[in-house]
Ligand binder design. Structure first.
Ligand code: IMP
Ligand code: MG
Length: 179
């Protein structure tokens, strides 16, 4: 893997420390609520599994898949639901868990859909936030780290479906894109 890595942004220890901190905040904020954690597949899968272990509440989990990027590294603006939720969300407190928010188009679309199903509340927890490229007015309640406008992979994030399995987050070498 070393020959693909331009620079490591967040190593395993840094990620886990931040996730522990986020989990503690969420635990405090959602005490006594009917929390349903919604993981956006596939990018948030590593993050959600580590995060829920740090939330000390009897929460429920569900999964949703949307397509926004295809295999390119820039937002197409087109969002499609590939897999919908299994659970009813009416009256529940929904926490959407996402890997990274770039333009924000994917999540603003999703939030509108989820709100139309009458949950009690909808909030966002994103591991990474790329604020430079925002095209929608999103309120992110919980953020792990802010990143610059460069393409990052690892810990669930992919380039052409690869590198999701890498346990840290890194910037890919340019040569890899050129291939
Ligand atoms: P948005 O609609 O532009 O906010 O797109 C968000 C989605 O694009 C994320 O859920 C990721 O799947 C993908 N994405 C955005 N930036 C990156 C990146 O740097 N690496 C990998 N995926 C990214
Ligand atoms: Mg994603």
């Amino acid at each position: 893997m070393d020959n693909c890595v331009k620079k490591v942004l967040f190593d395993e220890e840094t990620l886990q420390l931040k996730i522990k901190e986020l989990g503690a905040k969420i635990t405090k904020d959602y005490e006594g609520k009917d929390l349903l954690v919604v993981c956006i597949l596939k990018g948030a899968v590593m993050f959600v599994t580590d995060l829920v272990k740090r939330i000390d509440l009897p929460l429920q989990m569900d999964f949703m898949a949307v397509s926004s990027y295809g295999n390119a590294t820039e937002s197409s603006g087109i969002v499609r639901i590939l897999k919908d939720l299994n659970e009813e969300i009416c009256g529940k407190d929904i926490l959407i868990v996402e890997d990274i928010i770039d333009t924000g188009l994917t999540l603003s679309y999703l939030i509108d859909i989820l709100k139309s199903r009458n949950p009690n509340s909808v909030e966002i927890c994103a591991l990474l936030d790329k604020p430079d490229n925002r095209k929608s007015d999103l309120k992110i309640r919980y953020t792990g780290f802010q990143v610059a406008d460069e393409f990052v992979v690892g810990y669930g994030l992919d380039f052409a479906e690869k590198y999701r399995n890498v346990p840290y987050i890194f910037v890919l070498k340019e040569e890899v894109y050129m291939k």
